[in-house]
Design a protein around this ligand. Structure first.
Ligand code: ZN
Length: 289
């Protein structure tokens, strides 16, 4: 089991703004720094009263501001609250709504909403996409929009098609796609999944070409077939249901414009789930770039 990063752990490590700033400095610049001004290497020292660190060389006077270029500087919210918000985002299984954040941080709804979007944006950016392999389940689904039932052929109105690939016991990758045609989906599979891997899908015609280059197996959901030997798509379908429930529960409605950010958030959490204690550090690192 993954090591838990509890609320107590959080507050013992990040109990003050100063502790958070130290952490940010260390993540962004490391323990020892070659001073860009005097070129000497050393441990920069925190300067009292301002969120900066100074070169230890006498009379050099160079300062480093670890918050520079991050969203932390552009807000009046204390750094520790940012850290706590990031902690909540990286540890909650279902994501965090702006309303929840407002309550937990004691800020206005508007501030909470902005912070949530800022963090989500970075979670989406951080997520790398190494080539996937082993046994990969692939599926597509529709998310968002108004759920008013079928009728007049506009049941897809406002919904976005999302394509997902998940390694069993491994990495997840999602992306919003314009449609579910073979010409759209197959190139993404070939870009993302190493040749020779095993792929499980449903019977959708978009996957008909995957036998070329992959060990492809399909289950026929329309005929009530859910498993054929080792092939099934339960892992990706579980992910869809968690995602949809969370979006419904926490975010009320997600516009197509913001959907990639939400997907990025869920993807990040899934891919880092075995290293919860590393999530915050990785996220901080992303603020630096
Ligand atoms: Zn210096």
């Amino acid at each position: 089991m993954a090591k838990q990063f509890t609320v107590q752990d959080f507050f013992s490590r990040f109990g003050t703004d100063d502790a958070c700033l130290d952490r940010l400095m260390k993540v962004r610049y490391g323990e020892r720094i070659v001073c860009p001004k005097c070129s000497k290497e050393g441990r920069f020292v925190r300067i009292k009263g301002i969120p900066a660190y100074g070169c230890p060389t006498p009379r050099c006077g160079h300062h480093i501001h670890p918050m520079a270029g991050t969203p932390f500087t552009r807000s009046h919210m204390p750094l520790q609250k940012w850290f706590y918000a990031m902690y909540l985002f990286t540890t909650s299984r279902h994501g965090v709504s702006a309303k929840e954040l407002q309550r937990q941080l004691g800020v206005t709804y508007k501030t909470a909403w902005r912070i949530a979007h800022e963090i989500r944006k970075y979670m989406a950016e951080v997520d790398g996409s190494p080539p996937m392999g082993g046994h990969v389940e692939i599926d597509e689904t529709l998310i968002g929009g108004e759920n008013r039932g079928a009728g007049k052929g506009n049941w897809r109105k406002g919904k976005a098609a999302v394509f997902g690939m998940i390694e069993r016991e491994g990495v997840l990758h999602t992306r919003v796609v314009p449609n579910s045609r073979q010409t759209t989906l197959e190139p993404i599979v070939r870009e993302m999944v190493a040749e020779g891997s095993t792929i499980s899908t449903d019977e959708a015609p978009a996957y008909a070409g995957l036998a070329d280059g992959y060990e492809h197996g399909a289950v026929n959901h329309s005929k009530d077939e859910w498993r054929r030997g080792k092939h099934h798509t339960n892992t990706i379908e579980n992910f869809w249901s968690v995602l949809k429930r969370s979006i419904r529960f926490a975010h009320i409605s997600v516009s197509a414009k913001h959907l990639p950010k939400y997907l990025g958030e869920f993807e990040y959490r899934h891919n880092m789930r075995k290293h919860p204690e590393k999530m915050l550090g990785r996220l901080l690192l992303s603020f630096a770039s």
